[in-house]
Design a binder for this molecule. Structure first.
Ligand SMILES: Nc1nc2c(ncn2[C@@H]2O[C@H](COP(=O)(O)OP(=O)(O)OP(=O)(O)O)[C@@H](O)[C@H]2O)c(=O)[nH]1
Ligand SMILES: C[S@@+](CC[C@H](N)C(=O)[O-])C[C@H]1O[C@@H](n2cnc3c(N)ncnc32)[C@H](O)[C@@H]1O
Ligand code: SF4
Ligand code: SF4
Length: 350
């Protein structure tokens, strides 16, 4: 059984093992799930993520090139024990080289599992090529089924594109196709049952996400957040849910529940009120080549500078190990001293 509560270090005595083929921290957690942001840009403006006017995007020369991404991902897979690579952003489908990056990731030995988190815009065109390149599965964000609500929430009229992307993902054989939904009070929180009905009807796996303090505008408030408990209450108005005891959750953020006796399930990602940091297996690489050991990290380790300065693979791996070693117990949102990271979610890689 995994202890999900951040706990005190069991032992720092052994210290960081130089050259070890793993990314381990002082709490004994091992990072095997690498989330790579391919761009901080986006074609939507979800209000829980960025302001309507957008952000100052990273200058192109600061972004890792396709070759640099593949070199670092290859290093993580071969030398550091990473087994799952997720491409995200910003909006990863805006990265022109994505199919090539996926293809080269699929050629790595040992071959990692490859997934994508996307808003779905453009997936109608790209799902086939990405599946062919080796993408295994996809998570698509969809917060509402109502066109006006979509426009209000994401500041763009693109609901039909997202729905077409979902259809194409399934047709391309990506499996599973998951949907991520954030509920906002007074905006789309009346749609929980509708969204689940839609997902069940189409064979998508829906997860509801608690809103986290990671928006660029720093507008998050605890009282406005729809909690995991509230999500479950709203779903109970249309379905009978029960904890999914048959499947081990492992280190997954989503707690799953069977719907109306199963086998269909729904997930709830309660990052704030039901944190899962004690089982965390994640590490992140930003589009500008910084290692972040946590979504909420306030410090980063610069791999791009080292790489462009001529560092060897062994030196880069050493830097990466040191960055993960000092990972904190958890996000600390409840600590009075909590500071929201200066990078917003879109620039971290959600
Ligand atoms: N606290 C926390 N939340 C995370 C982390 N990674 C993802 N999430 C939350 O989970 C949501 C969905 O993320 P996805 O990119 O779909 O990834 P995932 O849920 O890990 O994906 P699966 O492996 O398919 O279960 C994000 O929007 C975040 O709210 C993390 O490292 N920490
Ligand atoms: C940052 S986005 C990047 C990938 C892609 N643009 C998308 O929307 O799926 C990844 C995930 O983070 C979620 N997200 C963004 N801001 C969030 C916040 N403040 N709290 C919780 N989840 C958030 C989105 O709903 C999305 O599912
Ligand atoms: S959540 Fe994803 S789609 Fe929405 S603005 Fe952020 S990066 Fe873009
Ligand atoms: S908040 Fe940090 S420690 Fe907690 S699960 Fe996310 S990345 Fe891991």
């Amino acid at each position: 059984m995994i202890d999900r509560n951040p706990r005190r270090p069991t032992s720092r005595a052994g210290g960081l093992q130089e050259g070890a083929p793993v990314l381990v921290d002082t709490f004994g957690r091992t990072a095997t799930d690498l989330r790579v942001s391919l761009t901080d840009r986006c074609n939507l403006r979800c209000s829980y993520c960025m302001p309507p006017e957008g952000l100052d995007w990273l200058p192109k020369p600061e972004l890792l090139t396709d070759d640099e991404v593949v070199r670092l991902v290859g290093l993580a897979v071969r030398e550091l024990g990473v087994t799952e690579v997720r491409y995200t952003g910003g909006e990863p489908l805006l990265r022109r080289g994505l199919p090539g990056i996926v293809r080269r990731t699929a050629e790595l030995e040992p071959r990692p599992r490859i997934s994508l988190t996307t808003n779905g815009i453009g997936l109608d065109r790209l799902a086939g090529p990405l599946a062919e390149a080796g993408l295994d599965r996809v998570n698509v964000s969809l917060d509402t089924l109502d066109r006006d609500t979509f426009r209000r929430l994401a500041h763009r009229d693109r609901l039909d594109d997202v729905l077409a992307g979902l259809v194409a993902a399934r047709a391309a054989g990506l499996d599973p196709v998951k949907i991520n939904a954030v509920l906002l009070r007074g905006v789309n929180d009346h749609e929980a049952v509708l969204l689940l009905r839609f997902a069940l009807d189409h064979g998508y796996r829906l997860r509801f996400i608690e809103q986290m303090p990671l928006d660029a505008q720093h507008g998050w408030t605890r009282k406005d957040m729809i909690t995991a408990d509230e999500i479950l209450d709203r779903l109970a108005e249309g379905f009978t849910l029960a904890p999914d005891i048959e499947h081990d959750r492992g280190s997954a953020p989503a707690e799953t529940f069977t719907v109306d006796g199963g086998p269909a399930t729904v997930g709830v990602i309660g990052s704030v009120t039901r944190p899962f940091c004690g089982a965390c297996d994640r590490v992140r690489l930003t589009a500008d080549g910084q290692v972040r050991n946590c979504l909420f990290a306030v410090e980063e380790s610069d791999l791009r500078g080292a790489l462009r300065g001529g560092a060897t693979d062994a030196e880069l791996a050493d830097r990466w190990r040191k960055a993960v070693w000092v990972k904190r117990a958890g996000h600390g949102i409840d600590d009075p001293s909590f500071l929201q990271p200066s990078r917003p979610m879109s620039a971290i890689g959600g």
